[in-house]
Design a protein around this ligand. Structure first.
Ligand code: NAP
Length: 468
């Protein structure tokens, strides 16, 4: 068997194919039209990578590998079944597990090889465990904040950044001493323990509002630590997969920061979101607004020539995407031109709205990007906002004192009529008021997104109780 594998380069072929599939997966996942193919390619790539590794002649015993596979499956299956809205924290947990695994492998490698470790190997091994350890605790903290088992509020104190940078500097110094002389084995636990503490301290001052960006940064660190592990284990597959992960996580974090008009340093050191929720929620409750019923909303929509639907986090919470698709069908049947205005950070993770609307089979070509929709907004009869809030807040455009000032928004307030489906006057993710609701041309449709949209659809189809 081993001879056969070696002679026909089976393992190398599996690794090479897996590498190509990972690259294609990323390429295909960048468009809704090919995203499913991308996910499949990633799955097949991962299967080939695992199979190739298991066939490796250096694996002498399968007992513990089997135990690991069973344990991983027991933990992994329920993790794969969480609700869509919990995917960000689920992703953070996956990064934590990956980073823990990398740190453990690095630790084992150190004690197997020490003290005969050449400088390059010791350098990548140090990078592996440092990044792995800080990503492990950092990701656990991010998951805890998003799941609200830890306080969302940024916790800041004097000298915080100095302490954090000091710890990071100390870790790098200790790693340098180990590279110079790997026989100083007592230093090794320190370059794991200090980054473990650093991971916690790094996340403490960042508000819950910035956790999705932090998670994608953690994704990047986990990828880089895996790439470093690839050098340690001499695995080209791991180097490529880790580098892809590291680069894509970084690009995603940059794009998310851009879509919120925030700089990276502002996300990491800006303590955004502090105490805004309580302050603004009260103000919002007092403001006068006009409301409408589902029947009235249906009549306005029927009479419109052009409607733009703007979905947001509330549509995801209410799982209203299928009803929204029915609404699209009902209006299109009546000859109304309906498109969807999708903001890049609507919802709680990148592509959140695209995934939900694709799940409900809304045609991809009806999902229009923010800049294009904004160009047409003045010619739009009705902007129907469904569970979106911050991404439509005109204060981000007009009020320099707003915490989200500068964040690009969907200019729904430029449409002839704006209708907003939400349950009450609660603020959105950023915890701030939305002056959109008190405009003359705005109508509030108070209710759960799913049931309210279902009611509008019933009215449009003229068959009360028919589609519930
Ligand atoms: P949002 O500002 O969080 O507002 C969501 C609104 O949905 C809330 O005001 C809520 O109001 C309403 N809602 C909740 N449950 C509902 C239900 N069952 N039925 C109807 N309405 C419901 O959402 P967004 O406009 O999508 O903005 C996203 C926010 O997340 C932005 O601030 C963005 O910066 C931030 N963010 C996103 C990402 C990302 O990757 N997508 C990453 C980082 C940060 P009621 O409670 O009154 O119903």
């Amino acid at each position: 068997m081993t001879e056969f594998l070696r002679e026909y380069h089976v393992i190398e072929a599996a690794y090479l194919t897996a590498t190509a599939l990972f690259i294609l997966a990323l390429k295909w996942m960048s468009s809704p039209a090919t995203a499913k193919r991308g996910v499949r390619a990633g799955e097949v790539g991962m299967f080939l990578a695992i199979a190739g590794t298991l066939l490796h002649q250096e694996v002498v015993e399968y007992k513990w590998v089997a135990v690991g596979l069973v344990l991983g499956t027991i933990i992994g299956v329920p993790l794969g079944l969480v609700k869509m809205t919990a995917v960000p924290q689920r992703t953070a947990l996956s990064h934590a597990f990956g980073a823990l695994c990398v740190t453990l492998v690095g630790t084992a490698e150190f004690y197997v090889l020490a003290p005969e470790i050449p400088p390059f190997l010791m350098t990548v091994l140090s990078a592996e465990v440092i990044l792995g350890a800080l990503t492990f605790t950092g990701s656990l903290m991010a998951a805890g904040k998003l799941q609200e088992v830890l306080p969302q509020r940024p916790i800041t104190f004097r000298g915080q950044n100095a302490l954090n940078f000091g710890l990071l500097g100390l870790t790098l110094l200790l790693a340098g001493l180990l590279v110079a002389d790997p026989s100083r084995a007592w230093l090794f636990p320190l370059i794991i323990l200090i980054p473990l503490a650093f991971g916690v301290l790094m996340i403490v001052p960042i508000g819950g509002a910035d956790m999705p960006t932090v998670i994608s940064l953690m994704n990047s660190y986990a990828g880089l630590s895996a790439a470093a592990m690839g050098f340690v284990l001499d695995s080209k597959l791991l180097i490529v997969a880790g580098a892809l992960d590291g680069a894509s996580g970084f690009i995603l974090s940059v794009n998310m920061s851009k879509a919120m008009n925030r700089s990276f340093t502002n996300v990491l050191f800006g303590a955004f979101g502090q105490d805004q929720t309580a302050a603004s929620a009260d103000k919002g409750a007092a403001a006068p607004v006009k409301t409408a019923t589902a029947e009235e909303a249906a009549a306005i929509l029927s009479a419109a020539g052009k409607v733009v639907i703007v979905p947001g986090y509330g549509m995801a919470v209410a799982q209203a995407q299928h009803k929204v698709r029915e609404l699209y069908d009902a209006l299109t049947k009546q000859g109304v031109d309906v498109t969807f205005g999708v903001h890049p950070v609507a919802g709680r993770m990148p592509g959140h709205m695209n995934v939900l609307l694709a799940e409900a089979d809304v045609p991809y070509d009806k999902l229009i990007e923010m800049d294009e929709v904004n160009g047409d907004m003045a010619q739009t009869d009705v902007a129907l906002v469904i569970g979106a809030n911050d991404v439509t807040n005109p204060a981000a455009r007009d009020d320099p004192s707003s915490p989200i000032y500068g964040m690009p928004i969907l200019n729904v307030d430029k449409a002839r009529t704006v209708m907003v489906v939400k349950r009450g006057m609660s603020p959105g993710f950023a915890g701030i008021d939305n002056p959109l609701y008190t405009l003359d041309r705005s109508l509030m449709l108070f209710g759960d997104a799913r049931s309210f949209v279902a009611e509008i659809v019933r009215e449009l189809n003229g068959s009360p109780g028919g589609h519930g």
